[in-house]
Design a protein around this ligand. Structure first.
Ligand code: PGA
Length: 253
């Protein structure tokens, strides 16, 4: 059970090493001490080491956008969880919808990646979410259950405490469209039911993601079903990111 909100920034394929370092330096300079919010950033893999170096000694944590299931070997283009540990990363995303949509990742490979990251001692933000056509056909719950099944089936009481779920409706990512308050509440409640049905301890930590910005964030974060946010676009604009952090800090837990 987290005692603070979690605000995680997914930089996607933006900010190469030079820009990422300077962005991290500005963030470190501008950020105020926080008591109610954990702030995590997930740079592109090639930028993660310089960002980790820049943010070393601060409360800001650095992670990756994806991870492979093997520790090493013939897996061209992939990143070992041990390499992430090596640079000081503390977490990784898995199952982001862009990985599923454009790179053929499945719920099974998401589960494998999640397992490997947990074994290496990383925390994992597992991303799930339905496509617009699935929502309009009334399939949202079933899709989320299918996405969660292999991931949750592999968790123990211990590793479950290192897993965070991010509900990101695919149609809300980068589109400016946000799920309605009722949809977010109902969907997060359903995800909790799925969590409980796997006999996992406590309750799931669930972030919302999809077009979060300083205008819509306070209302969403105020929901008791929402424990934080996974933010793309607004996390690489320093003024917006700082505003989101300030809102999370004001909203409290
Ligand atoms: P967005 O992306 O905030 O730009 O919609 C969220 C995400 O993909 O994690």
């Amino acid at each position: 059970m987290r005692t603070k909100h979690l605000l995680a920034g997914n930089w996607k394929m933006n900010l190469g090493p030079t820009h990422a370092r300077s962005y991290a330096a500005q963030l470190k300079e501008a950020i105020q001490p926080l008591s109610k919010t954990d702030v995590w950033v997930a740079p592109a893999t090639i930028s993660a080491a310089v960002v980790a170096e820049e943010l070393k000694g601060t409360a800001l944590q650095v992670g990756a956008q994806n991870v492979h299931w093997a520790d090493s070997g013939a897996f061209t283009g992939e990143t070992s969880p041990l390499f992430l540990k090596d640079i000081g990363a503390t977490f990784t995303l898995t199952g982001h919808s862009e990985r599923r949509q454009f790179f053929g990742e499945t719920s099974e490979t998401t589960a494998q990646r999640t397992q490997a990251a947990l074994k290496a001692g990383l925390e994992v933000i597992v991303c799930i979410g339905e496509m617009e056509s699935e929502r309009t056909s009334g399939l949202t719950k079933r899709v989320l259950e299918e996405q969660l099944q292999p991931v949750l089936a592999g968790l123990s009481a211990d590793t479950a405490t290192k897993v965070i779920l991010a509900y990101e409706p695919v149609w809300a990512i980068g589109t400016g469209k946000v799920a309605s308050i009722t949809d977010i509440q109902e969907t997060h409640q359903h995800i909790q039911k799925v969590w409980a049905s796997h006999n996992l301890p406590g309750t799931a930590v669930i972030l919302y993601g999809g077009s979060i910005n300083p205008t819509n964030f306070a209302e969403i974060l105020a929901l008791e079903e929402v424990h934080g946010a996974l933010v793309g676009g607004a996390s690489i604009k320093l003024d917006q990111w700082l505003e989101l952090i300030a809102i999370a800090e004001r909203t409290g837990v």
